[in-house]
Structures are given as structure tokens and as C-alpha cells.
Design a protein around this ligand. Structure first.
Ligand code: E4P
Length: 219
């Protein structure tokens, strides 16, 4: 399973990349706003900076909600760097735009804001490179986000769709382990959730004991 960082924060991306286990980045307009990035020129410069930091795919989301706007914006985003994947919401105009990007423009897409198997089916039929079911936001409304990831993976496998499943809206370390069990292709996570995988008290106790034994002999 690949790890993407779900952030637009350059320091966190740098820290994750230095760790050596980050395969890409996803962003959204809220994450860009959190970094105080305003205006198209600044947004584009920020995406270029992210692409220079990380070796893999970087999802850049359109803010247009109409077909023509999505195409215009998506083409500009895709031209910024070969690793940019245009992130498009799962709406009627969005599905139409994904078809156009896939079939005619050779631009890779991430179909986002997916909350049902039906939406994931349309994303795959449109030829999206990635689909992003939002695990945490489904859990927030008493639905089972991980079950949706598992269902999408099973259906894509059964029908041999190429679209890769990014488990998104990951809130904590346990979600990551559940994504593994659901056979997600990618989990896009906050850095804190990934670092949480390292935590085990027996590791800390083991290090302390090894050092104490070493010191007994070596002083
Ligand atoms: C997906 O790519 C989104 O950027 C993200 O995972 C949304 O997560 P949230 O529900 O924590 O905002």
C-alpha cells in the first residue's frame, strides 16, 4: 500500500519525504487555505514547490464546479508538472470532465468526495486514475468508511477496473491498519497518523534495556 501525505504544508511534506516512505501528496482547497495560499499564481507556485519536494503523484484540486471551468483549470494545473493529478469532485460535470481528461487530453485524475459505491463505479467508468472515498467523514455520520473502501476494491477487482483506490480522510493510525486489511492501493494521511505506526511501548522498553546492559559493561 502506498502512502500519500494529505497536506499542503511544506515542512510536513519535507519531514515525510526525509523519512523515505512517502509516495505522493494529496491536497484540497481547505488544506491550501490553511497554509494561507491565496490567488492562482500563489497556488500554482505552491504546487510546483510540493512537486519539487516529493517524487510521486501530487493531487491538485479544481475549485470550478462547472464542466468548462474544470477543464480550463485542470489543464492549467496539469501543465505545472508531470506529477500533477487533477482532483475533480464526483458530480455530473466532474464525471464528464474526467472522461474528457482521460479519453482526449491524456490528463490523469483523482475523483474526490466519494461516499458511495455508485459514485466509485462512475469514477472508474469515466477512467479516473484514482478514486478517493472519504473514510473519516463517513465514520463521522455513523457510516462505515473502511467498509466502503473494501467494497470499492472488491468491485474494481471483480470488473478489472484500472482506477486505484485512495483511502482518504484518514484520521488516525488505526484507520491505516484497516486500509491494509481492505486492500486499499493508497492511504492518504496526516503525517501524525503515519508516525503513530511507530509507537509501541515494548520498543521503548527494549531500547532502554539494551542501553542499560551496554552501559553495565562499557561504563
Ligand atoms: C482527500 O484527498 C482529502 O484531501 C482529505 O483526505 C479530506 O480529509 P478530511 O475529511 O480530514 O478533511
Amino acid at each position: 500500500m502506498d502512502f500519500f501525505l494529505d497536506t499542503a504544508n511544506l515542512d510536513q511534506i519535507r519531514e515525510g519525504v526525509e523519512l523515505g516512505i512517502i509516495d505522493g501528496v494529496t491536497t484540497n482547497p481547505s488544506l491550501m487555505a490553511k497554509e494561507g495560499i491565496k490567488g492562482e499564481a500563489a497556488v500554482h507556485a505552491h504546487y510546483r514547490a510540493i512537486c519539487e519536494l516529493v517524487g510521486g503523484d501530487v493531487s491538485a484540486e479544481v475549485i470550478s464546479t462547472d464542466y468548462d471551468g474544470m477543464l480550463r483549470e485542470g489543464e492549467r494545473l496539469a501543465a505545472l508538472h508531470p506529477n500533477i493529478v487533477v482532483k475533480i469532485p464526483c458530480t455530473k460535470d466532474g464525471i464528464r470532465a474526467i472522461c474528457k481528461f482521460t479519453d482526449e487530453l491524456g490528463i490523469r485524475t483523482n475523483c474526490t468526495l466519494v461516499f458511495s459505491l455508485g459514485q466509485a463505479l462512475l469514477a472508474a467508468k469515466a477512467g479516473a486514475t484514482y478514486v478517493s472515498p472519504f473514510v473519516g467523514r463517513l465514520d463521522d455520520v455513523s457510516e462505515d468508511g473502511i467498509a466502503l473502501v473494501r467494497d470499492i476494491v472488491n468491485i474494481y477487482t471483480a470488473y478489472a477496473y484500472d482506477t486505484q483506490v485512495i483511502a482518504a480522510s484518514i484520521r488516525h493510525t488505526r484507520h491505516i491498519i484497516q486500509c491494509l486489511d481492505a486492500n486499499a492501493d493508497v492511504a492518504t494521511c496526516p503525517l501524525s497518523a503515519i508516525l503513530g505506526l511507530l509507537n509501541h511501548p515494548l520498543t521503548d522498553i527494549g531500547i532502554a534495556r539494551f542501553l542499560a546492559d551496554y552501559k553495565k559493561v562499557n561504563g
